[in-house]
Design a protein around this ligand. Structure first.
Ligand SMILES: Cc1cc2nc3c(=O)[nH]c(=O)nc-3n(C[C@H](O)[C@H](O)[C@H](O)COP(=O)(O)O)c2cc1C
Length: 192
């Protein structure tokens, strides 16, 4: 039986619990290069990625969780902080995701820049999966706290921060995800 090439796309599922090893350097090159093939109106290349690995992950946990606590977020209880720190300490690679905003582009509205950046992240998710690793897109860890964005080098005046990808080797095997039937989301427009 031949497997459809589309199986590489349809078998992807997010993996939150990840361990070392991360993709090897040449694999990471390929993964990040795949992001460059996203559709991109006006060739603005709005996507930006900050690699966070090794000891920097501990520093990210300290800076992000302290900032979230200072922001007064009631969800950041001591138990939650402990579990986020534990989770982060196991993940070998995080990628901070941002869109560089071109505020005054007459041809490419900002929402199109955001869509191009989202498409580039999707290419990363698929490339990670195709190389046999796992990934998880999270907007936790202080994504919406300005101090965190700034600490990562993404001044909110010029960048829209879009969260983090955790990347590594899945900690356990997961069954294929159950996906909805596309017919629930598709209509045919005939113009009559
Ligand atoms: C922009 C974005 C942000 C997300 N942030 C979170 C998050 O903070 N926490 C979470 O549990 N899932 C988050 N998710 C969802 C997971 O990354 C994942 O897509 C979801 O668990 C479904 O898994 P699937 O990708 O296999 O369908 C986010 C997804 C997107 C697209």
């Amino acid at each position: 039986m031949t497997v459809s090439p589309l199986h590489a796309l349809t078998s992807r599922r997010s993996m939150k619990f990840l361990r070392a090893p991360a993709p090897k350097p040449d694999e990471l090159d390929q993964i990040l290069q795949a992001a460059m093939s996203a559709p991109d109106h006006g060739k603005l290349r709005p996507w930006r990625f900050a690699l966070i690995r090794g000891a920097a992950i501990g520093r990210l946990a300290d800076r992000a969780l302290d900032a979230v606590k200072r922001s007064g977020d009631p969800r950041m209880t001591p138990e939650k902080e402990k579990s986020v720190r534990q989770w982060m300490s196991e993940v070998p690679l995080f990628v901070g995701l941002a869109q560089k905003i071109d505020h005054d582009n007459p041809k490419v509205p900002e929402q199109e820049q955001l869509l191009a950046t989202g498409a580039s992240v999707m290419n990363i998710l698929n490339a990670v999966h195709m190389l046999g690793y796992g990934a998880f897109w999270s907007t936790g860890m202080g994504t919406y706290v300005e101090e965190v964005q700034e600490a990562l080098g993404f001044d909110p005046l010029d960048y829209r921060f879009l969260g983090f990808l955790a990347i590594g080797t899945p900690a356990c095997a997961m069954p294929e995800a159950v996906r909805p039937d596309y017919r629930e989301f598709v209509t045919e427009w005939t113009g009559e």
